[in-house]
Design a protein. Structure first.
Length: 574
């Protein structure tokens, strides 16, 4: 059968792309495709979009054109019609500590919106969505859920660790070095040396920070084939993963296997179990809630406590430990951890994946080694874990009636009580820390940095790293209605909800109020009566910082962090 005969025979009329490729009246549409080099065989094949956020503004994404090319090859080889298109990214590490960081969470929404729009407008049949920097991953998966097109998620891979003074380092060490310099514990010359060696090439930040957490979670959710998260950005295995993703995409279109077919409450519980077992980023709480909301899956923030209570932490990776994603890759990647949880009865093995098989069947196919068989001092058996409980806790109390999030990176019995020092924005808090005012036992509150108040929930790795760099990671508490980076460690509590901007109790705080933080009882409270809180909140009048442009839109549109801070008007909660 010739290519021309193939076109005349036509493709499956149920495919959305048939609306723009089939019939006499679509001759002008086909002419446009032919201008780009597509032929009859292409036009009779499933049209699969390759959503690519490549950019020169971050090492996380600088190589993604090459990753996309490999995915394109995989689609083409499997008989699909690959169509690549672009979207934005924001470099969290570059914008960190600046006003520009307000754009980060907003970029998640814009990525989801733009991929949804292109897929809808151009009548795509399926998608390979690629992620590099932190918000790419949830943004891409949100788009796949909204369109409900057969989709495969593809991670761009993480950066290799740098080396300084005979040890491996990452960007986390550089951020903490800033605090060490301000405290006189490190010279500016040494920091300069660290800066020059911490990031040796392309790829996302190497620890179990937000990018690697969400990439790992994409496997547990079923959005990405098992074993696809850990290959480093510049290894050939990364491009083999990309080619396979393209081939799987053609298969899932042929089978009409959609996100709604494999995403379930069990999928999300598996993702949370993995997150708490590896000490993943607190940002994953926000993103998983958002993904579940988009998918119509009933998931609330308290579920993270429930799963943490029954799931031990079994991986000791940065920021709490010393090892990075590449170390995990060398012993078998994310499936090693998933298999350990599965064998202990801590995963829902019958949850489906994008391949059409269950996670149990996928693990059987891969047959990853047991942790006890590995020479890996950063991985622990379930029966002898790093911590008996998982790394994530959701705190509540009269300061956070809708929840607040902390990741345990050190001691697992933490209590802190003392007078609070209140800051209305990150910059003032950073100046306070850098000027050497922080002392053991301090409690720092940074408010009006929530989803709407910021807007955008800035990550505050600069502040937390400066505190940690001065030796106060475990004896100074910080809490905020904004966010903390996946690289943050120590006594840092984020996502306090409701946020100050919408009248949350955090708006009532004044310098000197006594705040209690208790991890065992999951409490975040202030020694004030309900009446006093209500009166002070009524008097709180935050400034509307942006009155036009994109940031003003998100002052208006963001939802609560307790529900994932989504902007989709079709998402509702009971």
């Amino acid at each position: 059968m010739s290519k021309q005969d193939g076109r005349k025979q036509g493709k499956d009329p149920d495919l959305p792309s048939s609306e723009v490729t089939e019939g006499t009246e679509r001759a002008p549409h086909r002419a446009m495709f032919r201008a780009m080099g597509y032929d009859d065989e292409d036009l009779s094949s499933p049209m699969i979009g390759v959503a690519n956020p490549a950019a020169d503004i971050t090492p996380c994404n600088v190589h993604l054109d090459d990753v996309a090319d490999s995915a394109y090859e995989g689609i083409d080889d499997a008989g699909g019609m690959p169509i690549e298109f672009g979207t934005i990214t924001i470099s969290d590490a570059v914008s960190m500590g600046t006003e520009g960081m307000k754009a980060s969470l907003i970029s998640r929404e814009i990525i989801a919106d733009s991929v949804e729009l292109v897929s809808f407008g151009e009548r795509m049949d399926g998608l390979v969505t690629i992620g590099g920097c932190d918000k790419n991953m949830p943004g891409m998966m949100m788009a796949s859920i909204r369109t409900d097109l057969p989709s495969v998620f593809l991670y761009g891979g993480s950066i290799m660790p740098g080396e300084h003074d005979g040890r491996e380092i990452t960007i986390q060490n550089v951020f903490e070095g800033v605090g060490a310099v301000s405290d006189g514990e490190m010279s500016e010359d040494e920091l300069d040396e660290m800066e020059r060696h911490a990031c040796p090439g392309a790829g996302s930040c190497g620890g179990m920070f937000t990018a690697n957490t969400m990439a790992s979670i994409s496997e547990a959710l079923g959005f990405a084939p098992l074993g696809s998260a850990s290959p480093p950005a510049e290894h050939e295995s990364r491009y083999e993963v990309a080619r396979r993703a393209g081939k799987v995409a053609v298969d899932v279109v042929g089978e009409r296997r959609r996100p709604s077919d494999f995403l379930s409450r069990d999928s999300f519980e598996n993702a949370i179990a993995l997150q708490v077992a590896v000490g993943g980023s607190t940002n994953a709480v926000l993103h998983l809630l958002a993904l579940a909301a988009e998918a119509g899956v009933d998931l609330d923030i308290e579920t993270f406590n429930e799963i943490s209570a029954r799931t031990p932490k079994i991986a000791d990776l940065q920021p709490g430990g010393e090892r990075v994603m590449n170390d995990l890759h060398e012993v078998g990647g994310v499936p090693v951890v998933l298999a350990a949880l599965h064998d202990a009865g801590l995963l829902h093995g019958d949850a489906l994946t994008v391949t059409g098989d269950t996670i149990s069947e996928e693990l059987d196919r891969i047959d990853p080694p047991a942790i006890g068989e590995l020479d890996a001092d950063y991985l622990y058996p379930v029966e002898d874990p790093v911590h008996e409980r998982g790394a994530i806790r959701i705190l509540t109390g009269n300061l956070a009636p809708d929840g607040a999030v902390i990741k345990i990176t050190g001691e697992d019995h933490l209590h802190h009580e003392g007078p609070v020092r209140v800051f209305e924005q990150e910059e003032n808090a950073m100046e306070y820390v850098q000027d050497g005012h922080v002392e053991s036992g301090d409690v720092i509150c940074i408010r009006n940095e929530g989803p709407r108040g910021g807007p955008g929930m800035r990550e505050m790795l600069g502040v937390t790293s400066a505190v940690a760099g001065q030796g106060h990671a475990d004896d100074v508490a910080l809490f905020t209605d904004g966010r903390f980076s996946g690289a943050t460690r120590g006594f840092s509590i984020g996502h306090v909800a409701p946020e100050a901007f919408v009248g949350g109790p955090i708006a009532a705080l004044e310098d000197g109020d006594v705040v209690t933080i208790d991890i065992d009882s999951t409490e975040l409270s202030v020694d004030l009566s309900d009446e006093e809180i209500e009166q002070r909140v009524a008097d709180y009048d935050p400034e509307l910082t942006y009155t036009s442009g994109v940031l003003a839109k998100y002052h208006r549109d963001f939802g609560s962090a307790a529900n994932g801070a989504v902007t989709n008007p079709g998402v509702t909660w009971d």
